[in-house]
Each structure stands twice: as C-alpha cells, then as structure tokens.
Design a protein around this ligand. Structure first.
Ligand code: ADP
Ligand code: MG
Length: 290
C-alpha cells in the first residue's frame, strides 16, 4: 500500500544517512527544480585555516592576538580558524569589554583601550577607510579563494587575516549529479563575490555573493514566486530563516541544533551527492506508488 511504500522509502534513506522528516517531505523532494546551497560548511568543509597574516602596523602575532580575543565568544567557522591559529602559536589573549557580534559582518569590542572590529572588508569599509593598496591586497587573496577578515582599531586598518576553506571532496560530483537530473544549482553566500567565484567557478554553479542572512531568505522566496520548487541546503549558522523559507530545508552534515529543528531533512554524512541521492530516493519511492 501507499503508506508502506513511503515508510520503506524513509527507512531506506535513514539507513544511508538521509534523514527525511515524514512522508510529505519525501513526496515534495521529487518535485525540486532548484537546489540552493550555502558555501561555508555546505559546499566547503567549513573548516577554514589561516593562510596569511598581513600586519600594517605592529607584528603579525599582535594582529592575531587581538583578532583572536574578539573571536573568543564566536562560533563562526572563521572564528574557529583564528582561535586555532592563536592556540597553535601559544598566543595569550587580552581581555575584551563590550564584546559583540554583527551577524554576517563580524565581531567587535574594546581591547586595551581601543575599539576593535574584525570582519568582512565590506563591513570594515563602513567603519573605517581602506586604502587602494589594501583593497588590491584583499582582492588578490580573494582570487585565491581566500576569505579575508580586516582588523580595525578606532577605525584604522591594523591588518588582514586570510583564511581558506577547501571545497568538500564530492562537491563537484554532487553538483554534476543534480545538473544531470535537470536541477539548477545556486550558491548563496555572505562571503564576497571574488572568493565565491574562485570556489564556485570550478563547480558549475550559479553564484549569489555578498548576501546578508535576510537576503538569502528573500532570494528563496523570489525563486518560489517565479515557479521553482526550492530545496535549500545549509548548516544553519545564520541561515535558519532561509532553510525555513524553502519548500524543503536540508541540514548538512548533521548541522547545528538550530538547523536540525528548522530543517525538513538532513544529510548526515555531509556529502553534496547525498542531496541528489535524496531526490532520487523520492522519485523511486513515488514511482512505486503511482
Ligand atoms: P557564509 O554565507 O559564507 O556562511 P556568513 O553570513 O556567516 O557567511 O558571514 C559573511 C561574512 O561576514 C564572512 O565571509 C566574514 O567575512 C564576515 N564574518 C561574519 N562573522 C565573522 C566573524 N565571527 N569573524 C570574522 N568575520 C566574520
Ligand atoms: Mg554561514
């Protein structure tokens, strides 16, 4: 019978790490025409590593020390990268007062009498002045697929920290499988355009970069209004509203607790190709019914 076929489909998915929350979700998956994916932690490993420390005043270690102090309270993947580098170098962190985070922009606080900000070049440019050579240095790093965090002290640019997050091993193959099934793929990222294209360029995916969390949600809503059936794949850091706005929200690699609560499904092994496998499973299950 129909419920039995759906139960069998859900069970078969669960055995392969494809968690699908109920029959309605399983039925919707076969209709998906657009898969939108986050970059950080979804198309990439989500484990960026510090590659370059560029200090414009003071030492590289002092740049790292102050940046790490600001990141101490953050769970952002870039924060983890900076804290890991500081720990590897045995850096002692100064105290931070009035620490705060601005979602999709960066972190700030008062350190040793100076008002510090660490975040995206775009967010830094609204809080201080980047010179032309500094902008060029940032673009060169971005073209290598690196994300750059800018440290400001009282609005002065103190230095740059570049990090690189490698694409997941199966990202290209997973996106190719979706394309073969006639499904559009779209990267949604808060990171800048150059880094996004450097990472996405080899993966055969449309790119929308420089997005704030609310923009991701808006784009999902627009695509649905234009007639697409949208699956959104993300780790839930900053993107729970976009997961919720999609026809099917899929949490990647287990994701955060937030993602698992908001999502309709989860890909436990963190493979992009498992998103294609989930859609295939839906099609196969529904063929058995109709
Ligand atoms: P993504 O869409 O790649 O997950 P986010 O929305 O999480 O990106 O963040 C967008 C950008 O804001 C990041 O690329 C980074 O430049 C900046 N940013 C956000 N949080 C932090 C942080 N804790 N430390 C440094 N930079 C940050
Ligand atoms: Mg994110």
């Amino acid at each position: 019978s129909t419920p039995a076929a759906i139960a069998a489909g859900l069970a078969s998915g669960a055995r392969r790490g494809l968690l699908i929350k109920g029959g309605t979700v399983l039925e919707t998956l076969r209709l998906v025409t657009l898969v939108a994916l986050d970059k950080t932690g979804t198309l990439t490993e989500g484990k960026p590593k510090v590659t370059d420390l560029v200090a414009f005043s003071g030492s590289e270690v002092d740049l790292l020390r102050r940046a790490a102090a600001l990141e101490a309270g953050s769970t952002h993947p870039l924060a983890n990268a900076i804290l890991a580098e500081a720990e590897a170098r045995g850096v002692v962190l100064p105290a931070v007062q009035d620490a705060g985070a601005s979602s999709g922009e960066g972190v700030g606080g008062l350190v040793e009498g100076a008002e510090l900000f660490l975040g995206s070049p775009r967010a830094a440019a609204t809080r201080g002045n980047l010179t032309e050579p500094q902008r060029v240095a940032i673009e060169r790093l971005n073209d290598d697929g690196k994300t750059v965090a800018v440290l400001l002290a009282d609005g002065r640019v103190e230095g740059l920290i570049a990090m690189r997050d490698e694409p997941r091993a199966d990202a290209a193959e997973g996106l190719a499988r979706l394309a073969q099934a006639g499904i559009r793929t779209l990267m949604l990222t808060g990171d800048n355009e150059r880094t996004a294209r450097a990472i996405g360029g080899n993966l055969g995916i449309e790119v929308r970069a420089g997005l704030m969390p609310a923009d991701k949600q808006r784009i999902i809503t627009e695509q649905k209004a234009a007639g697409a059936t949208v699956a959104k794949v993300g780790d839930g850091i900053n993107d729970a509203p976009a997961l919720a706005a999609a026809d099917v929200g899929i949490a990647m690699g287990g994701g955060t607790d937030v993602a698992l609560e908001t999502a309709d499904a989860a890909v436990l092994h963190g493979r992009v190709s498992d998103v294609a496998a989930m859609i295939d499973l839906s099609k196969a299950t529904m063929r058995n019914i109709h």
